[in-house]
Design a protein around this ligand. Sequence first.
Ligand SMILES: C[S@@+](CC[C@H](N)C(=O)[O-])C[C@H]1O[C@@H](n2cnc3c(N)ncnc32)[C@H](O)[C@@H]1O
Length: 257
Amino acid sequence: MPQDFRDPNTAREWDADTSYYNPMRPEQLEMLLALAAAEYQPGQTILDLGLGSGQVEALLFERIPGAQVVGVDASAAMLEIARERLQPYAAQYSTLLHDLTQIDTLTLPARDYGIVISIQTLHHLDDAQMQRAYAFIHRTLRPGGLFLLLDRIAVEYASLFGCYQTLWAQQDAQRGSHVGTQEGATFAEHQAKNRDRADIPLGLARHLELLRAAGFEAACLHLYTHRALFAGRKSQLLTPAEFEANCLAQRSEKVLE
Ligand SMILES: C[S@@+](CC[C@H](N)C(=O)[O-])C[C@H]1O[C@@H](n2cnc3c(N)ncnc32)[C@H](O)[C@@H]1O
């Protein structure tokens, strides 16, 4: 039976301990929050694809007191936990119940979206759905806006599975986590566990390829085994004067060479 976040028990169980199987989460979330705080401009809105139980927003509103958020999620049970958790911030966020596999039918409130974030959610979308999601995010962001993705990525090679296991065992010993159990004893078991969780993560290179194809300047900023933090910048549209200035600068660099 695949993990179903729409089930209230699953939602509460997941919310109760989010580091047990993912000890990198606090550290990587801290990085994402620092990036969002450095980027956020008053008056802009942050879009969160997969707002879930609102754990990230609780941290975000502490870090950026005036932030405005629109959050999307397919689980009413997760959004109910978010509603309870985020009562002090009720005026700062709104939510939409929507399945992100159908992102093209998602209508957002008209806002100036400077940042889009997505945490541990988009790995439930297949390759074609990811392409549509990245295109949607690119359309939604203002020019110059930033997309931050923190998510599980695929373990792609059976031959390297032992390397992942070594690092997961090290991590579990150091942090008292249970990543090894969560990810399986063999590559075949790992794939079966992914199926149970309805996880269909893309590989690192494919993420970068799709982000760039969607129009982002994209990089992986942090990676620990199968947990990655990506950033994608929607390029600024240059004014004709800026374009000319860039061309001139490039020409003079060539002359100096
Ligand atoms: C692991 S939780 C992460 C929640 C939140 N981003 C966080 O990090 O605290 C995954 C969330 O993704 C949502 N989700 C999974 N598949 C989805 C889909 N196809 N459309 C919308 N939301 C989805 C689930 O309902 C759940 O709230």
